[in-house]
Design a protein around this ligand. Structure first.
Ligand code: FUL
Length: 485
């Protein structure tokens, strides 16, 4: 009797699994490389070059190569700090607007090879790419097309020089996870501006490094977040609209900050911000390194808002990250570890009002299993749905983390969160818009036995792969707006 019941159950499950359709991707979706890039979450930006020695932000291009002479250059120090900070990659200014190349670029006379550093035999890109490999970090390259030194700048020839520059930098140091294009376009030594050939530049990157995600103001791989203060939009779509030739239309800062719902290109926001007031190191700013509270705010408003954080930590004239900065990074790491080490939703039960095809494959409990590729999904016809997490006991938290399974597109455009107190009453603790890869919602300190997430509006059936609750007792600069605002 028992045996036949089990057999019937097994065949029922088998039939139901077989018949339930996969969730079809919705709209514009990321490439696998863009998904991996987003999973990195937190990377180091490294501004280093002649400006480090002159104390200016934009060099004129007339700086003498002799200036560049770090006294204790050690890229392993950078990568060890980045790794200990929990960062996953490092992106270096291989060439800033002043045109000086941190590697011996054969098509330039303004490089480390002309400097006294290591008798002209040094190569920062070589050292850093090796240190990144050693420490298991991604290696990324910033190259500014604006060049205030190159005599060809402002003529057609320059685009070819720039392509050769790209080919050399991207072809000599192994895998590059991100190519960072600064779109600044000022005047060169002859007083002329350059007309950049973006399709040619982008195709060169794709040819040299097929897996590299290309950053620029509007992609094509990832986009600028629209400010340098470290804040993605509270609403943040990973899509924008871009012309095929990537010359525009120039997106408004608001569109860059919030993305465009239903946009034609997947280009998630990257939040680049400096740990100091300037991008380059200068002694006078050793006392102005951002506070732990400020960095936590930046973390919540970038990683917590569907963006990747690219935190600039510039090396000093020794060629080392200064002690003040590294100490602050370790404080941030310790705080993040403390906040996110205990998931208070662990061990909970999850019930949803709709499960795709009533299939176990798409069951609501998938949101708690820690497996990125398993998710809760509803039937295609359902775009308004709720799930409730019943906690093993009453628990106190002030952060609710949600994740959408972005390989299938970004869908949710409005959701609310309710909590059931120990007296049994439910109250709304948050009303928000987008989720994306990761959303960390700030809620008032709440003690609850159950939490309910209501997907109130979604472009297609919701697909949620992560849910967690945390208690942050460290961050004091609360930014939560009152509900309904
Ligand atoms: C800007 C540049 O002009 C700054 O110097 C800095 O490199 C920043 C990250 O991008 O466009």
């Amino acid at each position: 009797m028992r045996k036949s019941f089990v057999a019937v159950l097994i065949s029922f499950v088998a039939i139901s699994c077989k018949n339930v359709q996969e969730v079809a991707p919705f709209g514009t979706v990321p490439t696998p490389q863009q998904v991996e890039w987003q999973k990195m979450e937190y990377n180091m930006f490294m501004h280093f070059g002649p400006n480090t020695f002159t104390g200016v932000e934009w060099g004129s291009g007339q700086e003498k190569e002799e200036l560049f002479n770090p006294t204790a250059m050690d890229c392993s120090q950078w990568t060890q700090i980045a790794k200990a900070a929990g960062m996953k990659g490092v992106i270096i200014t291989a060439k800033h607007h002043d045109g000086f190349c941190l590697w011996p670029n054969p098509v330039s006379n303004h490089t480390v090879a002309q400097s006294p550093w290591r008798d002209g035999k040094g190569d920062v890109l070589k050292d850093l790419s090796e240190a990144c490999r050693e420490d298991g970090l991604g290696f990324g390259i910033y190259i500014s097309p604006w060049d205030r030194n190159d005599p060809h700048y402002g003529t057609d020839e320059y685009n070819d020089v720039f392509v050769k520059t790209l080919e050399h930098a991207l072809g000599s140091y192994g895998h590059v996870f991100e190519q960072w294009f600064d779109r600044a376009c000022g005047e060169g030594p002859n007083g002329k501006q350059q007309v950049y050939d973006w399709p040619l530049f982008n195709s060169t990157v794709h040819k040299m490094q097929p897996d590299a995600v290309i950053f620029s103001d509007y992609g094509p791989g990832c986009r600028w977040v629209g400010n340098e203060s470290g804040s993605a939009g509270r609403t943040c779509w990973s899509t924008i609209n871009v012309n095929e030739d990537f010359t525009g239309p120039v997106q408004s800062r608001k569109d860059l900050n919030e993305g465009i719902r239903g946009g034609d290109t997947w280009a998630a926001a990257e939040t680049d911000v400096s740990i100091r007031p300037g991008w380059f190191w200068r002694e006078s700013e050793n006392s102005k390194v951002k506070s732990l509270q400020h960095l936590l705010k930046i973390y919540y408003e970038s990683v917590g808002r569907n963006s990747v954080l690219l935190l600039n930590v510039p090396a000093d004239t020794r060629g080392l990250i200064h002690e003040v900065d590294s100490l602050r990074l370790m404080e941030l790491r310790a705080a993040l570890d403390e906040i996110f080490s205990v998931d208070l939703a662990a061990g909970g039960k999850v019930i949803a009002d709709n499960v795709r095809g009533k299939s176990r494959r798409f069951k609501a409990l998938n949101i708690l299993d820690g497996d990125y590729d398993s998710y809760w999904a509803t039937d295609d016809s359902v775009t308004t749905a709720s799930f409730a997490v019943e906690l093993p006991e009453a628990r106190t938290f002030n952060r609710v983390q949600l994740q959408e399974y972005i390989p299938l597109g970004q869908r949710v455009s409005a959701f609310s969160i309710e909590a059931q107190g120990e007296d049994g009453t439910w109250r709304t603790i948050a009303k928000e818009t987008t989720i994306g890869y990761k959303r960390i919602v700030h809620v008032p300190v709440t003690t609850a036995t159950s939490i309910r997430v209501n997907i109130e509006e979604s472009e297609a059936c919701p697909v949620i792969n992560g849910f967690a609750l945390y208690m942050d007792s460290i961050y004091t600069l609360e930014t939560t707006l009152p509900i309904d605002q």
